[in-house]
Design a protein around this ligand. Structure first.
Ligand code: ADP
Ligand code: MG
Length: 325
């Protein structure tokens, strides 16, 4: 069982940041509105995630650690309209095959918390009662301890932290209704409180993207024929890292067509050393868009590509021409 899981792990678990992405998505799926991360040494020594979501009942713990066990699909039709982020049912099994994973959980309706660990070649699950508030914790120690070939691909602590930070930023900009925190080597480095109004949201955007947004952000709000765009634009100097986030129906995307529309809208409006920074959200009928479900890609295909392109271009251009000098 461990070997099959390790092979699957090659797909899901590339580096500490991919572990974190899977674990945070599980917490979001579980309805958590507070997610705290603690990592050590860029995540390869230790990753701990704690959420206040619905939890996993004692009798489901073992199942949660086994491959293709997902509580999120009941029939194939669900695949079409899948609302929850995870659906492959192999993240926990994969991670526990390449690290020492402990799953601890307490659903509100259960009196005690229980803890599960999968160990040994056959990944037999050990269960024991423990203390834990309502919700779930997952601890991942010594990532790739038993797969030296993968371990070799881990970069420096700093680089792996950077990937984790980027992953959390992308998620934080998609879920203003959830509070996130991130500690690295005992230090609290990120804290994104829940943001329920526009001012609080812009504050989170500023925390994520830097001060350029705080002072000079341009609010975007536009709709046309079932397409809706909202978010913020800012200008940044070219020596700061790219702050470009585009979400389609809540999922972060990197897409040529979108990128082109944005670049075109900014054309001639930026100083030579400046470039566009943006946090934008496009909403449209799910039937109008195909999302590539490969976890590592962020591609999207619009059925009415021209319409979407021109809508984004106009929405941004309209906002930009009203920009005070
Ligand atoms: P998937 O998310 O694709 O279903 P995972 O391996 O990531 O597969 O998780 C397996 C199952 O474990 C989930 O379907 C869910 O029932 C349960 N689970 C995992 N993490 C959590 C969590 N943080 N809170 C509640 N349930 C969880
Ligand atoms: Mg999952």
């Amino acid at each position: 069982a461990r070997l099959a899981n390790q092979i699957a792990a090659g797909e899901v678990v590339e580096r500490p940041a991919s572990v974190i992405k899977e674990l945070v998505e599980n917490s979001l799926d579980a309805g958590a509105d507070k997610i705290d991360l603690e990592i050590e040494r860029g995540g390869h020594k230790r990753i701990l995630i704690r959420d206040n979501g619905g939890g996993i009942a004692r009798e489901e713990l073992e199942l949660a650690l086994s491959r293709h066990a997902t509580s999120k699909i009941s029939c194939l039709d669900d695949l079409e309209q899948i609302m929850s982020l995870g659906f492959r049912g192999e993240a926990l099994a994969s991670i526990s095959s390449v690290a020492r994973l402990t799953l601890t959980s307490k659903p509100a309706a259960q009196a005690e918390a229980w803890q599960a660990k999968a160990e040994g070649r056959d990944m037999a699950v050990q269960l024991q009662p423990t203390a834990h508030p309502d919700g779930t914790s997952v601890e991942v120690l010594d990532l790739f301890f038993n797969t030296p070939a993968r371990r070799k691909f881990l970069r420096s602590e700093k680089t792996e932290f950077q990937h984790i930070d980027d992953t959390l930023k992308r998620i934080a900009l998609s879920r203003f209704d959830v509070a996130f925190s991130l500690k690295h080597n005992g230090k609290l480095l990120r804290h994104y409180p829940k943001a329920s109004n526009d001012a609080a949201k812009l504050k989170r955007v500023t925390l994520v993207c830097g001060n350029g947004f705080g002072q000079h952000a341009l609010n975007i709000q536009s709709q046309y024929q079932g397409l809706q765009l909202h978010g913020w634009l800012a200008e940044q100097s070219s020596n700061s890292p790219d702050q470009q986030y585009f979400y389609v129906n809540g999922r972060m995307m990197r897409d040529k067509l979108i990128h082109h529309a944005i670049r075109q809208a900014f054309e001639g409006l930026l100083p030579p050393d400046g470039h566009a920074a943006y946090v934008l959200y496009l909403q449209l009928d799910a039937k109008e868009v195909d999302v590539n479900v490969h976890p590592a890609k962020h591609e999207v295909r619009f059925h009415q590509a021209r319409l979407v392109h021109d809508f984004i271009f106009r929405a941004l251009q309209d906002a930009l021409v009203n920009l005070p000098e």
